[in-house]
Design a protein around this ligand. Sequence first.
Ligand code: SF4
Length: 325
Amino acid sequence: MTARVGIPCSLLYFLYYPTWKTFFKELGAEVIPSGDTTREILDLGVKEALADACVPIKLYFGHVQVLIGRVDYLFIPRVVCLNKETTYCPKFLGLPDMIRHTFRKIPPLIDVRMDVREGWNALAKAYEQAGLALGVPRGTIARAFRKAMAAERRFFSLLQDGWQPLEAMHILTAGTPPHKRKGRLVFAVLGYPYLIYDQYISVGVLARLKKMGVEVITVENLPLRALYRQSVHLDKRLFWTLGDLVMRAAHYLFRHRRIDGIIHLTAFGCGPDSLVSKFLEMTAHENQSVPFMSLSIDEHSGEAGIATRLEAFVDMVCRKKEVCL
Ligand code: SF4
């Protein structure tokens, strides 16, 4: 019987789903994603997760809950470090444990540890463990890993071409790019991928901006090498991979001034963001020629509030630039 592997559509799903899907499909498994976020999924997560967890973690719990009973395995990797320099936030490190100890009846977890600081082939070894958990021979796993890495390269090159993750996933499966419109204003929306690309939890910020005629770029569209070279004027590098990238992206954009505005989307209850947001505000204060706004998202964020703030920000930038959308 084909093993059904469930993948929660939250957290690193937005960056690594094409990799994971290719890998498990090549192993002969059926990949079952939990689907787009809905109010029901969020409510399930809020009910199960610790009250003081950040909203993306609560949401992840909801995505896990909808997969329980529908799959034979849950793929919940312990992603520690993928760049040899920074680590993912502690919530990522403890994710499989939190899930295991919250839900009573869950399918077996494939909870391999991904930490590339453990050696040049640490990632391949992690995927090998994932394949062995399904009882697949090593040769098949090695082939699946190579194909998964090729899918990952294709996906990331689409992001570098200016597509956003869900658009890039569509291109990979449908083969045709969605319609793209040039805007008269270009904004950067900075934040964690699982916040800004999740249409429900972000209250559709990207789609709303596009509808208002604003072209949007995100961290994933920026050249990674340039970001890693970017100085952020701190004595010490930030520990957390995603927060570090957001900081670098903001400094890169403020310095190159290629944009008309920057919006920082931050998660209520996020420990790293309490620091990142403060640093970004200070950087914005020093670079006042680029308008900056910070939006905090929580499980109660209402459409009307977010829409009003976005419209006011776009309106303010239009007046400043003397542009009509
Ligand atoms: S970085 Fe912040 S939002 Fe993301 S999982 Fe960690 S605490 Fe939550």
